[in-house]
Design a protein around this ligand. Structure first.
Ligand code: FPP
Length: 227
């Protein structure tokens, strides 16, 4: 959800107002995805690197997560959204951890779109954690190293049970992966837009989906019509 700070600064507002507006863009996008038959939406809300931002901004963000969870849980339940938070949740304030646990439990049986919120998430850290867990299982005799395959690794990631994303949307013109879902994005199509996240709307999502539809996904193979 890149570009919140620049969106605010371009309007002469404090950066945090951009995060506030970013929540509205996320709600709009979630509803559109759900209406248009997309089965999962994963948003990068707070990276392991974001702790290095000024304390005030970090505190604002953590409080914003709490407020949004408290305010929106009822509508997530009504709209059948299943919410999960992916990342090192132990590193978050206890109150937020409690709200996350409550929201995950209360929506776990919902049958609608999956909303995954990457919070205190880093792709490399996720892979290190998975490696440690596999190594521990191997050391205890529970797993033979030669039996480790892609499915075994995927099952130890925060995204266990989720399909890999088909499309990565990168807002505010950045052309980097920025430590996001490093394993899961292996074959994702990438759409880059200059739109700042708070301005991401139905038109911007439609453009991203049309861009995706125009791609020829070969997953490393050949085009069926190639000689
Ligand atoms: C990146 O923009 C955005 C963030 C670090 C925070 C995004 C979080 C939300 C919108 C809150 C979502 C809340 C819940 C509970 C789902 P940036 O600050 O890097 O913007 P810049 O690149 O313009 O500086």
């Amino acid at each position: 959800m890149d570009g919140n700070g620049r969106w605010a600064q371009s309007r002469g507002l404090p950066r945090v107002m951009g995060h506030h507006a970013g929540v509205e863009a996320l709600k709009t996008t979630l509803r559109l995805c759900s209406d248009w038959g997309i089965t999962a939406l994963t948003a990068y809300a707070f990276s392991t690197e974001n702790w290095s931002r000024p304390g005030d901004e970090v505190n604002f963000l953590l409080t914003l997560f709490e407020r949004v969870l408290q305010k929106e849980l009822q509508s997530l339940e009504t709209e059948q959204v299943r919410i999960r938070f992916l990342g090192d949740l132990d590193g978050l304030p206890e109150k937020l951890q409690g709200l996350i646990q409550d929201a995950e439990e209360r929506t776990s049986a919902n049958t609608g779109i999956h909303l995954n919120v990457c919070t205190n998430y880093g792709g490399r850290r996720e892979l290190v954690r998975a490696t440690q867990r596999l190594a521990a299982r191997a050391a205890s005799g529970d797993l033979e190293p030669q039996n480790i395959d892609e499915n075994t690794v995927a099952a130890e990631l925060f995204t266990a049970g989720e399909q890999d994303p088909d499309l990565l949307i990168r807002t505010s013109g950045e052309h980097r992966i920025s430590n996001f879902l490093l394993w899961q994005l292996a074959y994702a199509e990438i759409h880059v837009t200059d739109v700042f996240w708070p301005d991401f709307d139905a038109e911007a999502l439609k453009k991203a989906l049309l861009d995706y539809q125009s791609r020829n996904r070969r997953f490393g193979g050949l085009d069926p019509i190639s000689p």
